[in-house]
Design a protein around this ligand. Structure first.
Ligand code: SDX
Length: 382
C-alpha cells in the first residue's frame, strides 16, 4: 500500500483499530470485565500474591509450588539497589520527577546487564523477572532521598509487597496496608494494548532489547492521559483542599462545586473516562474496596467526601465514570507515598504486563510501521 493523500478513514489515536492478537489479557467493555490469561482479575486480586500473578502473566499458567519457590528465591536475590543505579540516581536533582528517575534507572540496568544483547526466550524471561525484583528499590530509594532519609536494605523474610513498603518507609507495614498495596499491584499489572504497552511492543518490533522497550514504555506512562493520572487525581484533591476537620458532607459539597467549575471551563478531570471502557472500569470496584479499607484504617472518612462528591458530580454532568487511577491515587496517599511517587508504583506493577507483551511480540514479530496521509505542501522546488 502506498501513502495516500486522501485515505477513506484516518483512525486518529488508532481509536477502534485492532493492531494484533494477544493471549495475555482480555478487556471486555461490554461486560466491564478483565481477564488475565483467562482468569477474572477480581479473583486473582482476592486470592493470589503479586508474585503468582506475575508468573501467570509471563508464562500463561498458574505456577506449580516448585515454580513459585524458584521465582521467589530469584526475586529475593535481586532486590538490593544496584550500586551503579544508585550512583546514577544520586546524579539527578532531588526534585527530578520520579518518573524521570525511574526511566533513567531502568536504562542503567539495561546498559549494565551482562546479557544485554541476548533476547532469547529464556534470557528475556529472566531479564523480566530480575527487573521486576530490582525496580521496587528504585522507587523506595527515590522516595527516601527526597525526604533526606537513608537507603533501607531489603529483607529476605518479607514478600514482594511487604518488602516494598519496608524499603520505602523503614518499618513493617500493617497487614491491612500490605493487602491494599498487593491488590493495587495486581490490578495495575496488565491491560492489553494501552499506550505504554503498545509503545513497548513497537520498540520490540524493531528487535530492540527488553530494557529499551520498558524504558520507552515508562516515557509513555508518564503522561497524565495515561499513568500520570493517578498523581493528577491527588493534585485535584489538593487543589480542592483536604481538610481533616470537615465532615464528609462538607467535603462533598466543595468537591461538587469544584467539578462544576472545572467542567464549565472545559477542563479534563484526571481519573475519569477511558478509551475502551465507556460504562465503568472493571478494576474500579476492587480498588475502591482497597481504598475503603485504607480510609477505615487511617480514620480519614472526610477524604471520601471529596471522592464521592467529584464522582457524583461527573456522573451527573457528563455520565463519565472513574478509571482505576481514581481510587488508586488516594489509596497511595493514605499509605504515605508522596504524590509524585504514584506513577512509579504503576510502573512496578506494569513491568509484568509490559514484559509479557515484549515476549509475546518477539515470539511472533512483525515490524510495527503504520502509514500516514500526507497533508503538507504540494511538491515544490528550490
Ligand atoms: C489509564 O488504555 C488503557 O487501558 C489505560 C489504562 C491502563 O491500565 O493501561 O487503563 C490506564 O491510562 C487510565 C486513563 C487515565 N487517564 C485519565 O484519567 C485522564 C482523563 N481522562 C481522559 O482524558 C480520557 O477519558 C482518556 C484519555 C482516558 C480517554 O480519552 P479518549 O478515548 O481519547 O476520549 P476523549 O478524550 O476524546 O473524550 C471523549 C469525550 C470528550 O467530550 P466531547 O469533546 O466529545 O464533548 O469525553 C470527554 C471529552 O472531553 N471526556 C472528559 C474526560 N474524559 C472524557 N471530560 C472531562 N474529563 C474527563 N476525564
Amino acid at each position: 500500500m502506498t501513502e495516500q493523500t486522501s485515505p477513506d478513514t484516518i483512525y486518529k489515536g488508532l481509536d477502534g483499530v485492532v493492531a494484533d492478537y494477544t493471549a495475555i489479557s482480555k478487556v471486555n467493555p461490554e461486560s466491564n470485565s478483565l481477564l488475565y490469561r483467562g482468569y477474572p482479575v477480581q479473583q486473582l486480586a482476592a486470592q493470589l500474591s503479586f508474585e503468582e500473578v506475575a508468573l501467570l502473566l509471563w508464562t500463561g499458567e498458574l505456577p506449580s509450588q516448585a515454580e513459585k519457590e524458584e521465582f521467589i528465591a530469584l526475586e529475593r536475590a535481586h532486590r538490593a539497589l544496584d550500586s551503579r543505579v544508585k550512583s546514577a540516581i544520586d546524579l539527578l536533582p532531588l526534585d527530578a520527577h520520579p518518573m524521570d528517575v525511574a526511566r533513567t534507572a531502568v536504562s542503567v540496568l539495561g546498559a549494565n546487564h551482562p546479557q544485554s544483547g541476548d533476547s532469547s526466550p529464556e534470557v528475556e524471561l529472566r531479564k523480566a523477572q530480575e527487573l521486576f525484583a530490582a525496580f521496587p528499590a528504585v522507587v523506595a530509594y527515590d522516595q527516601r532521598r527526597r525526604r533526606k532519609q537513608e537507603l533501607v536494605e531489603p529483607r529476605e523474610d518479607l514478600d514482594y509487597s511487604q518488602n516494598f513498603l519496608w524499603m520505602t518507609f523503614g518499618e513493617e507495614a500493617p497487614e491491612e496496608v500490605v493487602d491494599a498495596f498487593r491488590v493495587s499491584m495486581v490490578l495495575y499489572a496488565e491491560h492489553s494494548f494501552n499506550a505504554s504497552t503498545f509503545t513497548a511492543r513497537v520498540v520490540t518490533s524493531t528487535l530492540a532489547d527488553l530494557h529499551s522497550g520498558v524504558t520507552a514504555a515508562i516515557g509513555a506512562l508518564k503522561g497524565p492521559l495515561h499513568g500520570g493520572a493517578n498523581e493528577a487525581v491527588m493534585h485535584t484533591f489538593e487543589e480542592i483542599g483536604i481538610d481533616k476537620d470537615e465532615t464528609r458532607e462538607e467535603a462533598a459539597a466543595r468537591a461538587k462545586a469544584w467539578m462544576e467549575e472545572a467542567l464549565a471551563e472545559k477542563r479534563k478531570v484526571m481519573g475519569f473516562g477511558h478509551r475502551v471502557y465507556k460504562s465503568g472500569d472493571s478494576r474500579v470496584p476492587t480498588m475502591k474496596q482497597a481504598l475503603d479499607a485504607m480510609v477505615k484504617y487511617y480514620g480519614r472518612d472526610e477524604l471520601m467526601g471529596l471522592y464521592d462528591g467529584l464522582e457524583a458530580a461527573m456522573a451527573e454532568a457528563k455520565n463519565i465514570l472513574p478509571n482505576l487511577d481514581y481510587p488508586a491515587g488516594p489509596t497511595y496517599h493514605l499509605m504515605g507515598f508522596d504524590t509524585e511517587m504514584f506513577t512509579p508504583l504503576f510502573i512496578a506493577a506494569r513491568i509484568t504486563g509490559w514484559t509479557a507483551h515484549i515476549q509475546e511480540q518477539r515470539a511472533d514479530n512483525s515490524l510495527i510501521r503504520p502509514l500516514s496521509a500526507y497533508n503538507g505542501p504540494d511538491e515544490r522546488h528550490l
